[in-house]
Structure formats: C-alpha cells, structure tokens
Design a protein around this ligand. Structure first.
Ligand code: NAD
Length: 496
C-alpha cells in the first residue's frame, strides 16, 4: 500500500503500488515504479508498479490458464458470489475510495457520489442480479434442414480472455463497466488502466485479491507508464477480445492491431456531441444545463455536449444565458463539495486544451468567457470554463474533441438545419435536444448518436446501453446489450 495525506473532510488517501497477477499482489519484474500525481495540486501522491511486456505476458498467461482450466466460465453461482463480494467490499471502502478518487483523478467530490464512484459500484449489484436471472440457453425447436429432422438450441458462452484498456477520466466507471459484465459472462480479464490513474485500478486489484473468492488469474491488473504495453493486448493470440475505451485515434490502432488475430473488438471512443435548442425550448433552462454539463469534471467526459446549437433568432440571448451560468461555475478545488469544474488530469492535457484555445482565435473565433488558466491556481492543471463564439460548425474547434471545459455556440436555422449540424461530425456518441416534447423527440430520432437526452432526461444508468455510432465506437457498454458483448453464441443441433 501507499498513502498520502487526505484533504479536509476526506480520509487519508490510500493507494496500491502492486500489480495483481495470478492472484498475487506483486511489484513489476523490473522493480520499476512510476509516479501518480494529484492534478489539483501537482503533488506526487505515490507510485505504482510500472508493468512492462514481461508482466503483461505473465498476466495474459494467468488469465488464459484461469479461463481454460478452472470452473470460472461455467460456474454461475461462483461468479454471482464473486461479484456480490466485490460490490460489498467496494461499498465498505467507499470513504477510502472517495478520497483516493478525488486525489488521483481530480474528480470533484460531488461527482464521486455519482459517475465517479457510487454509480459504478452499484452497477456491480445490477450485473450480479442480471446474471442470476440470465438464461444462457435458448431452445429453437425442431426443423428439418436438408431433410434431416433436428432439434436445435443456442448456448451463450464466455468469449475467453478479455484485454480491458481504460482511460483516466472516469476510471472506476470504465474499469467496472468492463470488469462487471466481462466477469459475469464468465471471462477472465487483464485490466490495463491509463498511466494517469493507476491506483484506481490497483486498489481494485487488491480488494479483489484480498476480499473476494474470485479465483487467482481471473482478474489481473497491470498499470504501466508505457502505452505500448497495453498495445500488446491487441496482438497477443492468447487474448480473445479487446475491450477498449479511449480516444478514437488509439481505438483505430487497437482495431488495426487486433485484425492480425481476428479478435473481437469492443470500442468506446471519443465524441463531439451536440446540445440542440429548438426555438420553442425553455431557453434559460436549456442553456443553464448546457453550461453545467460542459463545466462538469472540466469537460473531461466523452459524452459531454460541447457544441451548443441554438436558434439564430435567439443567439445573443442564448450566449448571455450560457455565459452567466458558466461564470458561476469557475474552476476550483475538487475537494470542495461545491466545485463542479475541477482540474484537467495533467499538464499534457492542459497543454492540449490550450492549443485548442489558441486555435479558436486563429480560426476567427472569440471568447465570451474564459480562454486561459484561472489566476492564482498554477499548482494544479486548471483551465477556465470557456465559451467560444464566431466559429462555423466545420471549424476544427467545433469538430475535434478537446476534452476541456470549452463550449462552442453555433446558430441554426430551424429543425432540419439543427439535425444536419448535429450530424455533421465523424462522431456519434451522445447529445441533448430541448423543445416541445414531440418535436424534440422527432429531432432526436434523426440524430445519429448512441445516446440522447430530451429536455434534460438522463440515460446514464447500469441498465442503459451506452456507446457510439460512427467513429465513436463499436458495440455497447452497460445494460443487457453490454453484458452480451462479452458472450459468444454457440448453435447446437441433435437428431429430433
Ligand atoms: P487514450 O486513447 O490516449 O488512452 C486510453 C488508454 O489506451 C490508456 O490506457 C492508454 O495507455 C492506452 N493506449 C494508448 N495507446 C495504446 C495502443 N496503441 N494500444 C492499446 N492501448 C493503448 O485516451 P485517454 O487520453 O486516456 O482518454 C481520453 C479519451 O478517451 C477521449 O478521447 C475520450 O473521449 C475517450 N473516452 C471515451 C469514452 C467512451 O465511453 N466512449 C469514455 C471515456 C473516455
């Protein structure tokens, strides 16, 4: 274990340095470690074992052996027990995990009561319930193909060894949205978290090893400072499936690398989602919601709406309303329960966002609000909530994923134009539509994205499938559909 002082009101930050491989918590074979940093302060929290190719090789070997030689994939009761034990252990450690999550992710404390911790933990109970009632075999009755009377049925089976590669922005959510269904379906897993948030994964590894009966080798956790280590999961022939969440650029590489061994590939990628306000919408409420959304976790969410499409006739009114709310949500200390906009994850990510702020000006845009670093907050990696106007939907700032608290307001000329602008994107992850109900639903039905909220409705829940159209991904996470991503279908027949 590794620890650091806790913030006021939060307990001490307890991390975990070790990898989990074949049931053993251990250092990297090289003995090397790398630092994990608090993005709100720039302070080093501690270190994690720096997994290398040889450690990943051990982990894949362990996962393969556990899948091929233990009852894990066929013993549903053992899996239900393991998932319930993990759920209970994480619940019992909520306070400790909350402090660690705020410190390592820079997640505003309020968010840990939802997407950053409590909701993902609750999703384990949901998936255990699903598993208890899930019917793995379906009888298809009799038929006589080629004149041979046959009784046919379908059996759903685990896919095998799953390589799970995750990003840093909502690590518990994404680690558990992969682990929960993958384990429930009977797979074994090698989890490779992002280098920025190793502890969110290694702590999970320790809890699995010490507080559950999940057998050795079923879950392996290998953080690394080197992205190339995760890439090995896409090429190793012992891995059956790669479940990846991250940027579209990396997803493209994963898909290409996995082609060599024809792996099943599940991808949750980037987004540039539209927030569409129709001319009969409650503009003040809509704009307040758009402002709040983009400030949340400093805009570091793939499904966050970052293009605000408003009626041309109400453009000035919409800009004023949005700016007013964003101004009231400044970047702040994530340990403060009132903070919505915390830090960016790293100096590298802040540089990237600042590059887009310069680009916004170069492309002819201007800032109604923000546009740089907040004064007096130089220790952490903060950016002011920023509202951009004067750019067309085709500009790079309006088309590329920034992953910062940056909202671009673009005018539209009616419902058809709004739909066209929303769909003018390589992405298709999420969105929001505001207006009279039937009209808003008609617009939502024409937008090519995997999730949409109507007039503030929220789809985020363990039973709701989440995923992208276009270059936002392949497949669905969560819900029954998300669970079934981790299953193969076997068709069987016998003489009738
Ligand atoms: P990233 O693509 O840089 O890295 C994601 C993970 O992939 C990390 O663990 C990284 O080490 C690993 N990786 C890097 N190169 C790899 C390779 N060649 N092969 C295999 N693994 C590799 O993304 P990030 O910066 O960590 O996270 C931000 C991105 O994630 C954003 O684009 C965001 O939209 C996306 N994201 C998507 C979802 C979703 O569900 N659609 C959710 C959260 C984040």
């Amino acid at each position: 274990m590794s620890g650091a002082g806790g913030a006021a009101g939060l307990g001490p930050v307890v991390g975990e340095e070790r990898l989990l491989i074949d049931g053993e918590l251990r250092p990297a074979r090289s003995g090397r470690t790398f630092e994990t940093v608090n993005p709100a302060t720039g302070e080093v929290l501690g270190v994690a074992a720096d997994g290398a190719a040889e450690d990943l090789d051990d982990a894949i070997g362990a996962a393969r052996r556990a899948f091929d030689t233990t009852a894990w994939s066929t013993d549903t009761a053992l899996r239900v027990t393991g998932l319930r034990q993990l759920h209970a252990a994480l619940l019992a450690r909520s306070d400790e995990l909350r402090a660690m999550t705020v410190a390592e992710v820079g997640a505003p404390l309020g968010m840990t009561h939802h997407a950053q911790l409590d909701s993902p933990v609750a999703s384990l109970a949901w998936v255990a319930d699903l598993l208890e009632g899930y019917v793995f075999e379906t009888d298809l009755g009799e038929a006589a193909p080629l004149g041979i009377a046959s009784h046919r049925w379908i059996r759903r089976e685990a896919t095998g060894v799953v390589g799970a590669v995750t990003p840093w922005n909502v690590p518990h959510q994404i680690n558990l949205a992969k682990l929960g269904p993958a384990l429930a379906a009977g797979n074994t897993v090698v989890l490779k978290p992002a280098p920025d948030t190793p502890w969110c994964a290694t702590v999970l590894g320790r809890i699995i090893a010490e507080e559950t009966d999940i057998p050795a080798g079923v879950v392996n956790v290998v953080p690394s400072s080197d992205h190339a280590v995760g890439a090995l999961l896409s090429t190793d022939p012992r891995v059956d499936m790669v479940s990846f969440t991250g940027s579209t650029a990396t997803g493209r590489k994963v898909m290409a690398a996995a082609a060599e061994t024809i792996k099943k590939v599940f991808l949750e990628l980037g987004g540039k989602s539209a927030f569409v306000v129709l001319d009969d919408a409650d503009l003040a409420t809509a704009c307040a919601t758009a402002a709040f959304t983009v400030c949340t976790h400093a805009g570091q969410g793939c499904a966050i709406t970052t293009r605000l499409l408003v009626p041309r006739s109400r453009f000035d009114e919409a800009v004023e309303a949005t700016a007013g709310v964003m101004a009231a949500l400044p970047a702040g200390d994530p340990t403060d329960p009132g903070t919505i906009c915390g830090p960016l994850i790293s100096a590298r990510q802040r540089d990237r966002v600042e590059g887009y702020l310069r680009l916004a000006l170069d492309e002819g845009g201007s800032f109604v609000l923000g546009g740089g670093r907040p004064e007096g907050m130089d220790a952490g990696f903060f950016i002011e909530p920023t509202l951009v106007v004067g750019l067309p939907n085709t500009s790079r700032v309006a088309q590329e994923e920034i992953f910062g608290p940056v909202l671009t307001v673009i005018p539209h000329d009616g419902d058809d134009d709004a739909v066209a602008l929303a769909n003018q994107s390589v992405y298709g992850l999420s969105g929001s539509v505001w207006g009279e109900r039937d009209r808003a639903i008609a617009v939502a039905n024409r937008i090519r994205t995997g999730t949409l909220g109507i007039n503030g409705g929220l789809w985020f829940s363990p039973d709701v499938p989440f995923g992208g159209y276009g270059q936002s991904g392949v497949g669905r996470e969560s819900g029954v559909a998300g669970f079934e991503e981790y299953l193969e279908i076997k068709s069987l027949a016998e003489p009738a």
